[in-house]
Design a protein around this ligand. Structure first.
Ligand SMILES: NC(=O)c1ccc[n+]([C@@H]2O[C@H](COP(=O)([O-])OP(=O)(O)OC[C@H]3O[C@@H](n4cnc5c(N)ncnc54)[C@H](O)[C@@H]3O)[C@@H](O)[C@H]2O)c1
Length: 381
């Protein structure tokens, strides 16, 4: 029997978040996956492992066709070059076409974005425009976009609702904000065609419980949990610098909303399912922080709605890994705000999204990935 799966193009599926999204799409039984990745910050091995995890989850006696449907077709290419995206849509025209796109690929380092802004605008904005243009050419009008809580900057209220003002403070944050704006304008231009959902991620962390896929950043991790995990396998022996312990938070260190990567990835499958539902767009109003719009565009926070301090995270990773962390309190870092947590109510109501996994599972899975792959994907194919 022919596979009833719809084809979804995931840009950047070899990366940390994209690989978990690809896995959840495959596990849902509803989608097959094609990706384009230039492996700027990832390894092809991740895609092979995603397929393996999905195939291992098939019931005994699954057919070769069922197994084949879980292979990820990968184009090694750069989405800032339009012809490289076009080729994919062209190839799929004769195979039932691409149903929708999850646009994940981007550069994401806040500090670096201020040093090489043109590269960030080219990679994150030009690429988004290219993608929209090619989608329009091939009449593919379903889009889920990887946005970030960084679009809120320093928000006036916490937990942060989607209607909070959008005032990103970094070049990276502006590329996410501008991409959202561009997508929204495109949706407004043709409400009878386009449907798009932006998902504003808070702090994704952890890994798939198999320990086969996880975050493998090149160089020093910019995020706290992978940094702690790498310290526990012997990297960065100088220990952790904690930037300020005199904030107005329960233990004085900064509080963030950490969400298990599998919860976050599952949110994308829910978003794909929600795209065709007209009612979610009806109450748009101020909900995306942009003011009212006539198009079918919606933004949702993906967070747990619960904050954890830096010290909470160190403590939890210490329990998971058994490693005794060396920490040092240093001065506050410019631009850090005491607390950033999501108000996830809208996603819970309209997408039926719920971040179920707790901090213990997040740290256990992070450690499982790191201890199984102390050098990440490299040399381990
Ligand atoms: N990780 C986080 O904490 C976080 C938080 C909020 C939002 N996001 C967003 O989520 C998305 C994924 O983040 P991630 O942590 O998985 O990053 P990642 O670097 O692990 O993954 C990004 C993937 O996109 C690829 N890529 C980048 N530019 C490309 C290009 N021009 N052409 C083709 N492929 C390209 C990379 O090689 C990589 O495989 C990004 O859009 C990021 O802005 C991430």
């Amino acid at each position: 029997m022919a596979s009833p799966r719809k084809t979804v193009l995931i840009t950047g599926a070899a990366g940390y978040i994209g690989s978990h999204i690809a896995l959840c799409c495959l596990l849902s039984g509803k989608y097959s996956v094609v990706t384009i990745d230039n492996f700027h910050n990832s390894f092809p091995t991740a895609l092979e492992r995603v397929t393996k995890i999905a195939q291992d989850a098939l019931p005994a006696g699954a057919s070769d066709e069922d197994k084949k449907a879980l292979e990820i077709k990968c184009y090694r290419g750069d989405i800032s070059i339009k012809s490289e995206i076009d080729q994919i849509f062209k190839d799929y025209e004769g195979k039932g076409g691409i149903w929708g796109v999850i646009h994940v690929a981007a550069l994401k380092a806040v500090g670096e974005s201020g040093e090489i802004p043109i590269k960030y605008y080219e990679n994150n904005i030009t690429a988004t425009i290219n993608l929209l243009d090619v989608m329009d050419k091939y009449k593919v009008y379903n889009l889920v976009y990887s946005s970030s809580a960084t679009v809120y900057g320093a928000p006036p209220q916490c937990p942060i609702p989607e209607s909070s003002p959008l005032q990103p403070e970094s070049c990276y944050g502006r590329t996410k904000f501008m991409s959202e704006l561009i997508i929204k304008d495109v949706c407004d231009s043709a409400p009878d065609k386009w449907r798009a959902i932006s998902l504003r991620y808070f702090n994704p962390a952890g890994a798939h419980p198999s320990g086969q896929i996880g975050e493998d950043p090149r160089g020093r991790p910019g995020n706290l949990l992978p940094l702690l995990a790498q310290m526990a396998v012997g990297k960065f022996p100088e220990g952790l610098k904690i930037f300020g312990n005199d904030y107005d938070t329960p233990d004085g260190t900064c509080v963030r909303d950490y969400i298990h990567i599998m919860d976050l990835a599952e949110g994308h499958v829910l978003a794909l399912a929600a795209l065709p539902r007209d009612e979610i767009y009806a109450a748009q109003g101020q909900a995306a922080g942009f003011g009212s719009s006539g198009g079918k565009y919606k933004a949702y926070n993906l967070g747990k709605g619960k904050g954890m301090s830096v010290l909470n995270m160190v403590d939890a990773m210490q329990k998971a890994s058994g490693f005794k962390y060396k920490t040092e309190i240093v001065g506050r870092r410019t631009g850090d705000v005491p607390e950033l947590t999501a108000d996830p109510a809208l996603a819970e109501k309209e997408l039926e999204f719920k971040a179920k996994r707790d901090l213990e599972a997040m740290c256990r899975d992070q450690w499982n990935w790191q201890s199984n792959n102390p050098k990440g994907y490299e040399n381990q194919a």
